[in-house]
Write a protein that binds this ligand. Structure first.
Ligand SMILES: [Fe+2]
Ligand SMILES: [Fe+2]
Length: 164
């Protein structure tokens, strides 16, 4: 007998665990980024996003519940790598004028990772006919997109202040 064929449901659950792990890791990381940032706006952006992230984790827990599964993470090497890179930037550029530029770049890498994961999960939830999950995942997706846009604005404002 061949092993049981894996399905899109399995892949959906695995990826849900991946982003659940990532979000909880990000939740712990955001205060470090807020603390390290020089600009008040950037600090505030991270503090606001920390609160949003807490809500995102709760939405993910609701999606697990819809599946009748226990909320559980699975190690996501991608987010570990992205966050480690961010931490080394904060260490290496701690005293420099490029610090916020480095933190912004690291934070946008995190947002882009989340955007791509939520986009995929939402599409799969649609395919699987899980309409309530689609809504919850879309709420997270929209928050990540807004955060990414805000970070882009802050990065551009930095450049403009420099140029002035
Ligand atoms: Fe998030
Ligand atoms: Fe995010």
């Amino acid at each position: 007998m061949a092993a049981k064929q894996k399905t899109l449901d399995d892949l959906f659950l695995h990826t849900l665990k991946d982003i659940y792990y990532a979000e909880r890791k990000i939740l712990r990381n955001l205060p470090k980024m807020a603390k390290a940032a020089e600009s008040q706006e950037l600090k505030q952006a991270f503090e606001k996003h920390r609160e949003e992230t807490q809500g995102q984790i709760e939405r993910l827990e609701q999606v697990f519940e819809l599946l009748g599964k226990r909320a559980q993470g699975v190690t996501c090497e991608a987010i570990n790598g992205i966050l480690e890179e961010g931490e080394s930037v904060m260490e290496d550029f701690g005293e420099s004028e490029a610090l916020d530029a480095g933190i912004l770049a690291a934070a946008q890498a995190v947002e882009h990772y989340e955007i791509v994961r939520y986009g995929t999960l939402k599409t799969w939830a649609q395919e699987l006919g899980m309409n309530d999950a689609v809504k919850l995942l879309d709420q997270n997706l929209q928050e990540e997109k807004k955060t990414d846009e805000l970070l882009t604005q802050l990065a551009e404002a930095r450049v403009n202040t420099k140029a002035a």
